[in-house]
Design a protein around this ligand. Sequence first.
Ligand code: ARG
Ligand code: ZN
Length: 527
Amino acid sequence: MATLTPPRVLLAAAVVLAACSSVPVETERADVAVGPVPTIPGPPATSTESADTETTASAPPDTPATTDTAPTTDTAVPDPERTREPDLGVGDDLFPDLGSSDVDVQSYLVRLTVDPSRDEIDGIVTIEAEIADDIAVMPLDQIGLDVDQVAVDGDEAEFELTDTELLVELPPDVASVVTVRIEYSFVPNGATSAVGLPSGWFVNAATDDSYVLNEPDGARSWMPSNDHPSDKAKWTFEVTVPPGTTAAANGELIARTSVDGDDVWIWAEFEPMPTYLVQLIVGSYEVVVADPVELASGREVPLTHVVPAGERTVFEAAFESIGPQMDFFEARFGPYPLERYGLAFVNDLSGLAMETQGRSMFGADDFAPEAPEFLQELLLSHELAHQWFGNAVSPATWGDIWLNESLATYAQWLWLDEAGLQPLDDFAAEMLARRQVDGESTGDPSVSELFGFLRYDGGAPIVHALRLTMGDDPFFELLSDWVADNADTSRTTDDFIDLATEVHRSDLTAFFDAWLFAGDLPDEYPS
Ligand code: ARG
Ligand code: ZN
């Protein structure tokens, strides 16, 4: 039996290896400006999407198993009666109650009031969504929220809370695009999710700082949402905190203002993002608006970092790593797929790392001056690679998670090899040897091992074997086409296999059966 090996545990092994490495640490100073933030008016309460490439109800039903969750009914024939019970899931075998195939969120406006002297956090979430034309109630995911009031298109609406849903009654004549406003509160209760890892909203008891780590199903514990990776939306965050406290979220810092003596931080992420990639960090932090990184491709990518207050210099080596890693990945996976990037360091557990969209998040301790360079390069490259694999192209269901973790782990292997920290062929051979245990396959995970060894260092051997089967040029063409063709959508393993087959110009069924869908792998790589 394979045991659950979260990245945290794997990374402990990485630390030991790092101790033996003697590669010099890059110490060049980052040219970073901690700038005052211009105060400009916040974005509108809801945003309309035009550039969104998600499948919607009006798009042709080309590949129903893939892309964004679109209402499944034909919007051309509305049912004024609205009598159908909604789907309380999207058909995700591992998480049957996440999301709803009757809801396609266009935008979230998340307004939170976080006061560390109170146990509760108050929220108002405004969701603009396209909904199926015949459903009587609109389902949203939630767990344990205290909901005060719900309005649909400005009018108060009846609602019901079940263990996992907020069911909002819809007026019979409501249009297929609705704006739902939910006023609620919650007690932060970051806990261990079914995958055996912490998820949700975490408060550091010693410092009162907090952050969220949602993957896979933590978002619903602190905000009502269509909590599934198949539904991407645009986001605006407005966080009210006591004066002097920082609140950071994905995207661009739009404004930092003062209202009735409190500070209000407004952030906007208009590149399509699912709930699990949300970043929220509140506490004694500093926002570092750095100079853009200039890539070898000639492009400049804006950088915004978040660091514990007063500790910016500690993280300068990490800031400096972005350029070389991005250049290296761009050469192999195609252009960096997002508008901006940055690094966020939170005061919490060592080994914590998450590819929160457009600004990866790490535990600050892992980047202390005495912390091993190997671990830092591993974490930084892994989370950066996720911006291509996981963020630009997200999994259509949680069962497709190897598309995130095995590809990001392989990218991390490539970088560690490039940096002279871990020779690729030796490490790939070692990990294939460790995979010689009959257990679950990488391509068909169970919930409890979703983020276990078989998806990380035990899944990357499959990617390596695919490279050896296809040859270098077609393999890297596959990876860059995968991102270029599918950016801003959510895709299945079958989509990936189809593209691989197309690029390879020959059937790969036998390959994927032997490597991705087998518990017991071949004991040698293809030659
Ligand atoms: N996606 C993260 C990574 O890069 C792992 C997140 C696991 N989930 C969690 N709640 N800790 O490896
Ligand atoms: Zn990962």
